[in-house]
Design a protein around this ligand. Structure first.
Ligand SMILES: C[S@@+](CC[C@H](N)C(=O)[O-])C[C@H]1O[C@@H](n2cnc3c(N)ncnc32)[C@H](O)[C@@H]1O
Ligand SMILES: [Zn+2]
Length: 315
């Protein structure tokens, strides 16, 4: 962590500035005197708690693929890579850091924030980028100044908190007036898909991770089958990503987290509006193809998203 980044941090409890101890093992609040560990150069403001499965999966699986991640970043944020140079950017819920890497390589000054030890993996993935920094923190209480980012994005994150809206509102406050904000959340599917999913997740979220991973390896195999891989997963979710490691990781990502809420475009657009955003764009899914669009438009595609980009009003 460099000194300039330290000056950008603030105490998540009282907003006062922080100072580094002489041995660089912790940060201390200048006002309330709370301390925060600094491990492997990453300031830690929380422990993993209910999101621990993400710390496990992002540190274990190698799922970053440069070309795919650049394409997904642009599709799910609505920004082109050539718009990013020099911007101050926050990746809210960075996981293993694949999109911090994309934004950092495009020349943005990036802060990646995640509740879990996934930031360890993210920091290793971005070790060649001095313009990318990480914090382990809760998005509802980030140690960062409000209205200080040109662009904030959050891909597949907020629905994993007990209160999606509370995370949205807290993160929305970090964008500068005139700055942009994109959010991707899970889409609400048909009632029968939601019911099957809730029943399954009721079991899987209580399993020890090793046992669940065995099922996810089976799901990953199903996802590799030509017809089943594209049809059965409309009833029971598993990933059909072309890469086996991504399929296992994506399937675990679906069944392990304690919270997983599904939302609608109307709901998400309303949150943007109430948080003071305008020029809203509902972003289309990345994948094309007639069958894909047909099932997507009918909310039949499990694991697909609702995705909105907005600009914060300049009072
Ligand atoms: C599905 S992963 C997505 C990671 C990354 N955006 C990507 O697409 O590769 C969701 C991440 O959000 C993080 N997360 C969820 N709720 C959070 C919260 N309240 N504060 C911080 N991180 C949170 C989880 O720890 C997890 O790593
Ligand atoms: Zn404090």
């Amino acid at each position: 962590m460099d000194n300039e980044f330290l000056t950008q941090l603030q105490c998540p409890h009282c907003d006062a500035s922080l100072t580094a101890a002489a041995d660089s093992a912790e940060l201390r609040c200048r006002s309330c005197d709370r301390t925060f560990p600094l491990n492997d150069g990453i300031p830690r403001f929380v422990e993993e708690q209910h999101l621990a499965s993400f710390g496990l999966q992002w540190n274990k699986y190698e799922v970053a693929h440069d070309d795919e991640d650049r394409a997904t970043f642009q599709a799910k944020t609505g920004l082109r890579l050539d718009e990013l140079a020099g911007l101050r950017v926050l990746d809210a819920g960075c996981g293993g850091g694949r999109y911090c890497k994309v934004a950092g390589e495009a020349g943005a000054n990036v802060v990646g924030a995640d509740h879990t030890g996934a930031v360890n993996k993210a920091s290793r993935l971005c070790a060649h980028l001095p313009n990318v920094e990480f914090v382990q923190a809760d998005l509802k209480h980030l140690p960062l100044e409000p209205a200080s980012f040109d662009f904030v994005f959050s891909i597949g994150v907020m629905h994993h908190d007990a209160d999606t809206r509370a995370v949205f509102d807290a993160v929305a406050r970090l964008v500068k007036p005139g700055g942009r904000f994109s959010v991707w959340l899970y889409r609400r599917n048909q009632w029968w898909q939601e019911m099957v999913n809730n029943l399954l997740r009721h079991r899987t979220t209580r399993m020890p991770p090793e046992r669940l991973e065995r099922y996810c390896r089976f799901g990953g195999w199903l996802g590799s089958l030509p017809v089943i891989g594209k049809t059965l997963n409309k009833v029971v979710n598993f990933s059909n990503h072309p890469n086996r490691e991504n399929r296992i990781c994506d399937t675990f990502d679906w069944y392990a987290p304690q919270y997983q809420y599904h939302h609608t475009v109307v709901e998400l657009s309303g949150w943007f509006d109430e948080a003071g955003y305008e020029d809203l764009v509902v972003l289309p899914p990345e994948k094309t193809g007639r069958f894909y669009r047909w099932v997507y438009e009918r909310s039949l595609l499990i694991g697909s998203g609702v995705n909105v980009l907005g600009r914060k009003r300049k009072e």
